[in-house]
Write a protein that binds this ligand. Structure first.
Ligand code: SF4
Length: 295
């Protein structure tokens, strides 16, 4: 493995972001519930500059310690690749999900390359599968590396709405929707398995056109997942102010899910999937099923 050099003098701020690098104590988080379909979660960063307004990670304990609001700080785990290398014996025959509580291709990855360097380690684990999940076309900067995995790697692209004006409200710091479609197309054209994650489901302009657009991107799978809000979540008011409370109803989720099932035929996977890990701080308001899938 030839690791890329680390930034010699990480700036304290990156596009207005508080950057607080750390030496992590661990990098692999076991997922004991096999219904999730992966054995380990791997997050090269803590915090996420995308700062999606609905993000439930913002209420996790390690997101509460900082003086800055969720989305305003990121802690790169500088030793993530080395920790992973030291732990690679645990990965035999396992599937790794990257990342569960941050976006591995948030803007800082352009500079720190921690996700890339972790992928370089995983590439050297021949029996390990990788599920990448991101909202960012920045994943394309590692296209050649991703291709080297062959069918051991798939990429999930989160596209919660077909309307970029909705995205500008709910994910103001995440990449625009058209750029995500372009990323899906390039990944698919390169032979990489792509899954479109309509999650968490936001207001959709035209569910059927949305589903057809997903299919046209070359994605082989898609799934629709409901929104999960925290107790007294200020995002509820955002939904109400914009007239989007329908996204909290199971009827709406089922309408969009049906549109996707029409263009991603195959095994119907609308059975109730496992609930996400319990929030240790505040209980979530009951929501439509998360991780209900199609395709
Ligand atoms: S990209 Fe994911 S982890 Fe980052 S803020 Fe958005 S929902 Fe949260």
């Amino acid at each position: 493995m030839t690791p890329l050099p680390l930034p010699q003098d990480p700036p304290p701020l990156f596009q207005g972001l508080a950057v607080e690098p750390e030496e992590a104590r661990s990098i692999l988080r076991p997922q004991k519930d096999d219904r999730y379909g992966f054995g380990f979660a791997l997050s090269p960063y803590r915090g996420c500059a995308h700062g999606c307004r609905y993000c439930y990670v913002r209420d996790y304990p390690n997101a509460l310690h900082t003086r800055d609001e969720w989305g305003g700080w990121v802690t790169p785990k500088l030793n993530a690749p080395e920790l992973l290398w030291a732990q690679r014996h645990r990965l035999h025959g396992e599937r790794v999900f990257m990342a569960s509580a941050t976006d591995p291709y948030q803007p800082l990855e352009r500079q720190y390359r921690l996700s890339r360097r972790c992928l370089e380690v995983l590439l050297l684990c021949p029996t390990t599968e990788v599920i990448l999940h991101t909202r960012s076309p920045l994943v394309l900067q590692d296209l050649e590396l991703l291709k080297a995995f062959g069918d051991r790697l798939s990429v999930g692209l989160s596209i919660p709405t077909d309307d970029d004006t909705v995205r500008q409200v709910v994910e103001p710091h995440a990449p625009a929707i058209p750029s995500r479609w372009a990323a899906a197309e390039r990944l698919s054209a390169a032979g990489i398995a792509v899954c479109i994650a309509v999650a968490p489901l936001m207001a959709v302009h035209d569910p059927h056109a949305f589903a057809r657009r997903a299919k046209a991107s070359g994605a082989s799978k898609a799934w629709v997942g409901g929104l999960r809000l925290l107790a007294q979540d200020p995002f509820y008011k955002t939904l109400a102010d914009h007239g989007w409370l329908k996204v909290l109803t199971s009827d709406y989720a089922e309408e969009v899910r049906s549109a996707f099932q029409a263009v991603f035929p195959g095994r119907r996977r609308v059975k109730k999937a496992p609930e996400p890990p319990a929030l240790p701080v505040r209980a979530p308001v009951p929501q439509p099923g998360l991780f209900d899938r199609v395709g």
